[in-house]
Design a protein around this ligand. Sequence first.
Ligand code: SF4
Length: 267
Amino acid sequence: MSKGLLFDIKRFAVHDGPGIRTTVFFKGCPLRCAWCHNPESYRKQVEKTVNTRKLNGRTYREEEKVGEWMTVERVMGMIGKDAVFMNESGGGVTFSGGEPLMQPVFLEELARACVGESLHTCLDTSGYAGNDALQRVFPYIDLFLYDIKSLDKERHRRYTGKSNRLILENLRWLIKMRANIRLRVPLIPGINDREEDLKALEDLLSEAGSSVQGVDLLPYHKLAAPKHKTFRGEYAAGNIQVPEGSAMEYIRQRLEKHTNVPVGVGG
Ligand code: SF4
């Protein structure tokens, strides 16, 4: 069995798909979103960081290892502990990151093992991967949590470091395959909440039809700022304002009204 590089396994997650879930975080991501909540996921390698604390006038420096190569068997042993909660709540297992599709062989083996235990599976993905990786895991994923960061080509490249072409091609392939999809849209004021951004999202939802079962708007927040300074040396999204609740509600209602797709706020 292959090994996968992970940086966290979170039990009892309630924002990563339906019910109570265990979320498995893959390390490594091809994108560099300015507002990323998990910058420790960027590099596909084990890293060491040093945490400094000042107590009673003394400075303590503690090394922390980020990332661990794990077998499917070991991850399944951890997931299995909570199977009863997952099954009773309509939950399951979510593969997140980072970008899980950067490790397609391990992801396929892990997702297949979950399906073998009758556990519901979600893939939380940026969609930035070769279509062969998506095809490989497709039979073992019950629900795709598919990120749409910007439908504007130039803005997508500027704020994530990559084009959105592959992402949209993979989304259209999933729609053609009649996959179950929830779109996840991080709402970043000044970057993807303009009139033309909302219109483009409405057009995409109209084109998608019934494959897209819902949209989750994820309001930008600054909680990851300290992690950016550790893993990236700077926080490029520091000047962005946190969206107002009234703006979130306006966008939620507007998208719902124009597309007939249920739209929620939060994951
Ligand atoms: S795709 Fe996700 S994990 Fe990767 S940089 Fe963007 S927000 Fe972070």
